[in-house]
Design a protein around this ligand. Structure first.
Ligand SMILES: Nc1nc2c(c(=O)[nH]1)N[C@H]1C(S)=C(S)[C@@H](COP(=O)(O)OP(=O)(O)OC[C@H]3O[C@@H](n4cnc5c(=O)[nH]c(N)nc54)[C@H](O)[C@@H]3O)O[C@H]1N2
Ligand SMILES: Nc1nc2c(c(=O)[nH]1)N[C@H]1C(S)=C(S)[C@@H](COP(=O)(O)OP(=O)(O)OC[C@H]3O[C@@H](n4cnc5c(=O)[nH]c(N)nc54)[C@H](O)[C@@H]3O)O[C@H]1N2
Ligand code: SF4
Ligand SMILES: [Mo]
Length: 743
């Protein structure tokens, strides 16, 4: 009898850690230990089989021979792989040296986007910041969602309590400055978001996209409303104006939860911003503004959602505030199908009250050294980092730690930063790539690959439309490599002046786990005894058990623990979002501050914008489904095909500029000049051009062979560091005046 051939491959299930969608994956690994297939897990309670091309490429990321797997030390332009002991000893020597020579003020860090998605980093980055007690911390947050953080803190009393759009239950969805067809949703976690968009229309609802570009999302919506970049706040004020003048204000239950007098203050603020007054500036006819406002107000369940295009612009805070104001005034807040607050099964470490904000002062406690910019929620614009490194004087940055970030690509004024980093006495990159930023480091400390660690999202469920969770076990054994949380504790303690040999990582970790339990009213000794182990898995157990569905260490015997998720490998679903106001509010008076003075004070600046004429072209950014910020371009299956790093331009503008489809344009701004292939398309409105961000991989000294072949150009070379929203300190990388000529 012939022997039955055994298939030696194994199947693993886990959650994709790349974006808000949190798709469940089915991963096949051959007998040789190679991932040869990834597809959506049909039985995942949340994503039910949906997956995108990036998730199916996690195996390529893992096996990428360019990926940094061992710590490396640089001498001149030579890199050497070293032992972990040697790498940490080098970090210790470098940090201690800077502390001794220049003091604490010379130390800083930059925190990048994957931090928010990584099992270890998301939970321990706050501990790193607390331990290190650095005078200034920079992050991708000020090129992303800082306006949302500021308005959430002002309005609801928690900087991460950003409300989310209840897409599965809405009948009317207005999308401003977001392109879920590419991004899959941002500050909004919906599984298979485009099918949910289709479903709204299938059940007779409507989807409207307000965007200077007719995006892939707009193509699937009922209506595309082009808008001049940076003018969303004017449009929204006009919508508020219409709500009041046409008797459409009906906040419902929220009337009792809004600070007294605030609705009247909003009415007054919007009084001068009639649709006729803003129409020219936004390039949206007054009739259209009235109609979209009436349509929205007439729907039973409607939601207005604003994302990166409404944040990364000169009026980011006003716009973010107004998005919530419109939802609240129209009765679409804290109600199904409107804007609601998520209810994570494992409460988020970042949702703990921020002690630095306890005194109620959210801005201006200190100012940046060189440009004298007041901090907002503890941060100044990331575009300050370059000048703080290259400008001599007391407080000059001499040591920088980058944590999962690539600011040489992602930060405005990218060219100067690239130069400045060469001047550092100490640069340490916690990163899995030798890329545009980490090539300047003295030491690279690699994290584990996504497939070598547990996963359970920490931050993202704050914006998830259902309370679900799933525990992922590692697919591959990382061996004895340290996990990133251990590295964060070590680096944090070194910044605090401790020497490597004296750092008791487990001691710090026990203290942290105990403190988290205590913050939720559980005796730390009970928590430490019942949530054994160490690191983020133990924290997760504390988060789940003290969370809204948890067992509270025996108080609710049927409640959830980490073990519950081990027993339910396809995940647990505790249902859709529920109304949470007023319990969720953290403001001093327990009310929503609908009319924060700080924000209202910015209205004259917006009024002045209405008087300003724009001649020439405005540059905006875009994303693509097969790309993830700057760091997935070394995966062949994702970058193959047509060049995606192009300048999109309307046919009329192309004619005026004398550039042709397939040709090369020189694009110049006050910050710099680049050359880029031209793609002529009427998907752009006239007067606006678009470049993707995250490209520019032609730098000397990186180790990303495939990305180099598809280098593209960095649009942040065109972003002036001075362009930011002064209320939130968020970069205005959208709406940059540029000139386009044939190259
Ligand atoms: N012009 C323009 N600029 C923009 C934007 C825009 O729309 N237009 N968008 C902005 C936005 S929203 C963001 S979030 C930022 C992103 O800005 P950054 O966070 O600075 O950039 P990323 O490209 O996400 O780089 C992530 C880095 O983390 C590393 N990495 C990936 N996974 C891991 C991991 O698990 N562990 C560790 N240690 N490292 C890891 C990668 O190798 C890479 O170096 O860019 C911003 N910049
Ligand atoms: N595939 C993929 N997914 C991602 C990422 C990625 O790089 N690739 N990045 C992730 C990250 S870090 C983030 S923050 C999210 C972002 O997620 P989204 O907010 O959905 O980001 P984009 O896809 O860049 O869409 C932004 C849209 O804003 C428009 N826009 C630009 N300026 C303005 C303006 O002034 N007003 C209006 N109304 N619109 C404007 C642009 O034309 C664009 O269509 O995506 C996340 N998901
Ligand atoms: S949409 Fe793609 S990148 Fe995002 S979680 Fe799903 S598979 Fe991962
Ligand atoms: Mo982002």
């Amino acid at each position: 009898m012939a022997a039955i051939e055994q298939d030696p491959s194994t199947i693993h299930y886990r959650t994709c850690p790349l974006c808000e969608s949190m798709c469940g994956l089915e991963i096949r690994v051959t007998g040789e230990g190679v991932v040869d297939r990834i597809r959506g897990d049909q039985d995942d309670v949340w994503s039910k089989g949906y997956v995108c091309p990036k998730g199916t490429a996690l195996g390529h990321l893992h096996h990428d021979s360019d990926r940094v797997r061992a710590p490396m030390i640089r001498t001149g332009d030579q890199w050497e792989e070293v032992s972990w002991d040697a790498a940490l000893a080098k970090c210790d020597e470098l940090i201690a040296g800077v502390l001794e020579r220049h003091g604490k003020d010379a130390l800083s860090c930059y925190i990048g986007n994957p931090t928010a998605h990584n099992f270890s980093l998301a939970r321990y980055v706050g501990m790193f910041i607390g331990l290190a007690a650095l005078p200034v911390v920079y992050s991708a947050g000020t090129v992303d969602q800082w306006p949302k953080n500021l308005t959430a803190q002002l309005m609801y009393g928690g900087m991460w309590w950003i409300p989310t759009a209840d897409i599965p239950r809405t009948d009317h969805w207005i999308i401003m400055g977001g392109n879920p067809q590419a991004s899959q949703g941002s500050l909004l976690a919906v599984a298979d978001i485009m099918s949910e968009l289709d479903a709204i229309r299938a059940r007779g609802g409507k989807v409207v996209v307000i965007d200077p570009r007719r995006t892939g999302t707009a193509d699937r919506a009922d209506e595309w409303v082009p808008i001049v970049p940076g003018t969303d706040a004017a449009l929204l004020l006009a919508m508020v104006n219409v709500l009041f003048t046409d008797g459409l204000v009906d906040p419902g239950r929220m009337a009792d939860h809004v600070r007294p007098g605030a609705i009247e203050a909003v009415r007054e603020a919007a009084a001068a911003f009639t649709p006729e007054r803003v129409a020219d500036t936004c390039q949206i006819p007054a009739d259209t503004i009235r109609r979209i406002t009436h349509d929205y107000a007439a729907a039973d369940h409607a939601v207005l959602y604003g994302r990166i295009g409404t944040c990364n612009q000169e009026f980011g805070t006003l716009t973010s505030w107004l998005v919530d104001v419109v939802n609240i005034l129209a009765g679409n807040f804290d109600e199904p199908g409107g804007m609601m607050f998520g209810k994570p099964i494992a409460w988020t470490v970042s949702s703990l009250p921020n002690p630095d904000l306890a005194d109620g002062q959210l801005v201006g406690k200190w100012r940046s050294r060189v440009r004298d910019i007041p901090e907002v929620l503890g941060q100044v614009p990331v575009s300050c980092m370059a000048e703080e490194i290259d400008t001599p004087g007391p407080g000059q940055i001499k040591a920088l730690i980058t944590i999962a970030g690539n600011p040489v690509i992602s930060a405005p004024g990218a060219g100067r930063l690239d130069e400045a980093l060469t001047q550092l006495e100490c640069m340490i990159s916690l990163d899995n790539a030798l890329n545009e930023t980490s090539r300047h480091a003295h030491v690279i400390l690699p994290g584990l690959s996504a497939l070598e660690q547990h996963h359970f999202d920490d931050l993202i469920p704050l914006w998830q439309v259902r309370s679900t969770g799933r525990l992922s076990e590692p697919v591959f054994d990382p061996g004895d490599r340290p996990e990133e949380w251990e590295l964060l504790i070590r680096l944090g303690a070194m910044c605090a002046g401790m020497r490597n040999a004296d750092i008791d990582v487990d001691g710090f970790d026990d203290g942290f786990a105990g403190a988290l339990a205590e913050a939720k009213g559980i005796d730390p000794t009970v928590a430490l005894a019942q949530s054994p182990g160490r690191g983020p898995l133990r924290l997760l157990d504390v988060q789940i058990r003290t969370g809204p569905f948890g067992d509270r260490y025996g108080e609710h015997p049927d409640g959830l623990t980490v073990q519950s998720f081990r027993d339910a490998p396809k995940g647990i679903d505790m249902g859709p979002m529920v109304s949470q106001i007023p319990e969720i509010l953290g403001t001093a008076d327990g009310k929503i501050d609908l009319a924060p003075e700080l924000v209202l004070a910015d209205l004259p600046r917006l009024a002045a914008r209405l008087e300003r004429e724009v001649n020439g072209l405005l540059l905006t950014s875009r994303r693509h489904l097969r790309s993830n910020n700057s760091w997935m371009h070394n995966v062949k299956v994702l970058v193959k095909g047509k060049d995606r790093c192009t300048l999109l331009i309307h046919p009329d503008d192309a004619r005026t500029a004398g550039v042709v489809d397939g040709g090369v344009a020189r694009v110049s701004s006050e910050a710099g000049s680049v050359e880029i292939p031209v793609e002529v398309s009427d998907e752009m409105m006239r007067g606006v051009v678009s470049m993707p961000h995250g490209w520019g991989h032609d730098k000397v000294g990186t180790r990303m062979a495939i990305a180099r072949e598809h280098a593209g150009v960095n649009n942040n070379l065109l972003a002036p560091p001075e362009h930011f929203d002064p209320l939130s300190n968020n970069a205005a990388v959208n709406g940059i005046p540029v000139e386009v000529v044939p190259a």
